[in-house]
Write a protein that binds this ligand. Structure first.
Ligand code: AVJ
Length: 322
């Protein structure tokens, strides 16, 4: 696979964001994108098989069941861009359907090179596909993909797995607007959104019995130890999932079990934790199906169809740029 990568000083940027987030007065915070190094991505893959966490399976069921219908609704030659390709497993159903119709270019956009490689290994056997990966942040990658588009080609952007839930509602809306500005009328965005469910279901999904989600969360500290030479003692931090009723989200935190000081040489920081103090590591916002359409309308899209899973409230939304 051809991969477009820009050399960045990734470790330096990581160190800067860790320093800023952990020195923040009030709630300490770390950007959730850093959960997904090789270990974190592998742990998330395990999470997606847990009985308590139905999100990924619902997403895949919908894509598998409705792939032909989705493809039928997007006329003509297409280029498919995927923001955050992950393993590529659930994208297969869609790409196979597109490629049965005609030769299709697939452009995964992903900040992790190993995820890009995994996705290409998973999908390269599909007939009539050409894959070009972009190791980029989502919008930077999408801009480049849009510049690659051939005349007459429609762009289909995939933003699956409810990754949009990591943004708060305002940022999510802003993100959709930015995507819309890169698109042309008639292009589409297939957006996966996890829907609201009961507190018990949410807490079980984000704090599973086996402790895989806890390991996924704690791996962020292990990563800071590995990449930035820090001395976090993982036994002194605890995974916590909490519901934020106002934001309609589930949050993951890491709670310091005692007062402690941690040195992070690669971030040029020494950080103090009070007993019970938390680092906020991720939010997963939950939507109502109607709200997704309203948000789409407010950002220059038309809500063409929604498919909702019967087992796990999750919606696949086909939004068309107006
Ligand atoms: C991959 C962002 C959709 O928010 O549900 C799973 C990540 N975090 N368990 C989600 C996650 C904890 C997941 N997303």
């Amino acid at each position: 696979m051809l991969v477009h990568a820009i050399p960045t000083n990734a470790t330096y940027e990581f160190g800067t964001e860790v320093r800023t987030g952990l020195n923040r007065p009030g709630q300490k915070e770390l950007p959730s994108k850093y959960l997904y190094d090789d270990v974190g991505s592998a742990l998330f893959e395990v999470i997606s098989h847990l009985p308590e966490y139905g999100l990924t399976r619902a997403d895949e069921r919908l894509l598998r069941r409705h792939a032909d219908e989705i493809v039928d609704r997007v006329a003509g030659p297409v280029a498919v861009a995927e923001l955050g390709s992950g393993s590529g497993r659930k994208t297969r159903w869609l790409l196979e359907a597109f490629c049965r119709r005609q030769r299709t270019s697939y452009y995964p956009v992903e900040i992790s090179r190993s995820a890009l490689a995994m996705c290409e290994r998973e999908l390269r056997d599909i007939d009539a596909i050409s894959i070009v990966g972009f190791e980029r942040e989502y919008l930077d990658g999408l801009l480049e993909v849009a510049a690659y588009r051939k005349t007459g080609q429609r762009l289909v952007v995939l933003f699956l797995g409810s990754t949009i839930g990591n943004f708060d509602r305002a940022a999510g809306m802003n993100f959709l607007s930015e995507v819309r500005h890169i698109l042309q009328p008639g292009d589409s965005l297939l957006l996966g959104t996890d829907l609201e469910k009961s507190r018990t279901e949410l807490l079980r999904a984000y704090d599973d019995e086996l402790g895989v989600t806890a390991a996924f969360n704690l791996n962020l500290l292990a990563r800071i130890n590995r990449d930035l030479g820090a001395d976090f003692d993982l036994a002194r931090f605890e995974h916590v999932a909490k519901i934020n009723d106002q934001a309609r989200s589930v949050e993951m935190h890491l709670r310091s079990e005692r007062r402690q000081t941690v040195a992070i040489p690669g971030a040029e920081a020494v950080v103090e934790f009070q007993e019970g103090e938390t680092i906020w590591t991720e939010s997963s916002h939950k939507y109502s199906a109607q709200e997704v359409c309203e948000t789409a309308n407010q950002t220059g899209f038309r809500c063409e169809v929604q498919w909702i899973d019967e087992q796990w409230p999750f919606a696949e939304n086909l939004l068309v740029a107006e």
